[in-house]
Design a protein around this ligand. Sequence first.
Ligand SMILES: NC(=O)c1ccc[n+]([C@@H]2O[C@H](COP(=O)([O-])OP(=O)(O)OC[C@H]3O[C@@H](n4cnc5c(N)ncnc54)[C@H](OP(=O)(O)O)[C@@H]3O)[C@@H](O)[C@H]2O)c1
Length: 292
Amino acid sequence: MKNPASSLNIKNKFLILGCGFSGSFFAKKIRQLGYTALTTSRSLTKDPDSFIFDSENGIPPSKKIFDGVTHILSCIPPDKNGKDPVLKILKDNLKSLSLEWVGYLSTTGVYGDTKGDWVSEINEPNPFQKRSHMRLNCEKEWLESGLPVQIFRLPGIYGPGRSTIEAIKNKKIRVISKKNQVFSRIHVADITNAIIYLLQNRKTLKFYQIINIADDEPCSQIEVIKYCHDLLGLRMPKPISFEDAKEELSPIAKSFWIENRRVSNKLLCETLGYKLIYKNYRIGLRNCYLNS
Ligand SMILES: NC(=O)c1ccc[n+]([C@@H]2O[C@H](COP(=O)([O-])OP(=O)(O)OC[C@H]3O[C@@H](n4cnc5c(N)ncnc54)[C@H](OP(=O)(O)O)[C@@H]3O)[C@@H](O)[C@H]2O)c1
């Protein structure tokens, strides 16, 4: 990914707010490329460049994390009142910096239910779940912040250590069938690589403020579960119908089944020319299996 004509400069300094699954992957990659990256979590981690930031408990990060920062990626979800935790506590700090770019990880849940149709960035968001209304509100707060923001809408994120493979191994899987139901997904490495690709080619590519990062092949959950059982050499349990299973599902689990959409990546992959590493769940899960 080294790119001599890159729009990134080795003096750039990244701050990753909310260094969970996606944030850690991003931090690791950006450091491998030679950039400095500081991170935050709600508690102490082994990373010497990690700082504590916990908006719920009113713990702001140390002011020194902002020194020389040029790029920020926020991976922190909305707070319980639907406000963005970063903007609530740090907006003035961020506005006082000379930031070149701020990335915000959002969700494709803001599109709501399309009854299985494709949905892209030109479609008006139509959130249905309360959490998706809150997310859209956070997107709006970022867009109105006056910061140089770019929003990435993500479907289900998976990768090594967090995928259907672990769910099967930990016996946390229900094999549910629902006719015509599909889910979109993205491998965590493609979130990182797509963002870095856009940053490296910023001078030549048209800037879009909202971009979906999804793979090429939305599909049923059953297909994915079957594929993982095959990888693990296990026999797949008999599926139960959603109608039969729904009473026993938690409200959050049930909520995922009442929306059905195919998330388009045409803007990212056709218009902007990003090449996915993991175009579909088969290639992506094989990577997870080999790294599990
Ligand atoms: N998981 C998915 O399938 C999915 C799909 C679409 C979009 N998203 C969204 O994309 C983003 C990244 O997803 P992810 O799965 O990588 O997230 P994740 O692993 O859950 O990481 C979230 C990060 O935010 C931090 N955080 C949470 N609440 C905070 C608060 N009140 N104050 C300060 N920090 C806080 C967490 O701190 P700790 O490190 O202390 O836990 C963690 O570092 C999230 O906004 C997520 O909602 C996720």
